[in-house]
Ligand binder design. Structure first.
Ligand code: 5RP
Length: 253
């Protein structure tokens, strides 16, 4: 078969990239039912690049081409639209495909209950829409993303929260009342760029709540604030996580 084997990847110099690639390739190999699946979600970030790459390899394999060429791939943002197209896969929309067979996405942090922090790439709303519309949601990540036990945030890396722009002062105040230690409206690349604007024309707040012992309760409280569109806490949503290790092995849980 033309699809390269995972073991042939071992000599790759960059351990982090090979960890991401190994996790993504194995996740695709073990979770796409080529005979039955029709609609595939493609998330955002640098690990999902290898999910699209793996699907592209199957597409080029004469044994799978007839099946994979029929797959409709649902993106979670501009980057994943490009990944789908660049790998020769068929682009679809969630409006036309509201039930997704399997969704693959990265994560910023994963706890031992498979709760996630997502939104580092500012696409958390579409990522949640796609993952919660999927029969299976498979997380792909490298070894840096696994929390020892609880999810945790700090002043540099908070919970991403998508908010209506006009509500940013109100939401920031309300988050502090809920216990946030630091609240930052995410800014673009340069000092002059101003706030990051999401694909839905909203702003993002990153809120540091320290260690998250009860992320479900915190998610519900944040979600209830006026002006909050969605939070980057993904609770009881992921089916399985594939974590690529520096030694080339992949942990699945
Ligand atoms: C984007 C995300 C990403 O999936 C998350 O940031 C992980 O990215 P990477 O695979 O580059 O580590 O949530 O909003």
């Amino acid at each position: 078969m033309a699809v390269p084997s995972i073991t042939s990847l071992a000599p790759l110099a960059d351990k982090l990239e090979s960890a991401k690639r190994a996790a993504a390739y194995r996740a695709v190999d073990e979770n796409v039912n080529f005979q039955h699946d029709k609609v595939i979600g493609i998330g955002s970030g640098s690990t999902v690049v290898y999910v699209a790459e793996r699907l592209g390899q199957y597409l080029k394999d004469p044994e799978y081409n007839g099946l994979v060429s029929q797959f409709i791939c649902i993106p979670t943002g501009f980057q994943s639209r490009r990944l789908i197209l660049d790998n020769g896969l068929k682009l679809g929309s969630i409006e036309e495909n509201s039930s997704i067979d399997v969704d693959f996405d990265g994560a910023d942090e994963i706890d031992d209950q498979l709760n996630l922090i997502k939104g580092g790439g500012a696409c958390l709303f579409q990522e949640k829409l796609v993952s919660t519309s999927s029969k299976k949601f498979i997380v792909v990540a490298d070894y840096r993303k696994k929390a020892p036990k609880y999810l945790s945030t700090n002043w540099k890396s908070g919970i991403p929260i998508e908010i209506v722009p006009s509500a940013y002062v109100r939401v920031a105040d309300d988050l502090k009342k809920l216990g946030a230690k630091h609240v930052i409206v995410r800014q673009g690349g340069s000092a002059k760029a101003g706030p990051v604007v999401t694909d839905n024309n909203n702003f993002l707040i990153d809120a540091d709540f320290g260690m998250l012992e009860n992320p479900s309760q915190l998610h519900d409280k944040i979600k209830a604030l006026v002006g909050v569109v969605e939070t980057g806490l993904f609770i009881d949503n992921a089916s399985r996580a594939y974590i690529g290790n520096a030694d080339g092995t992949v942990e699945v849980f």
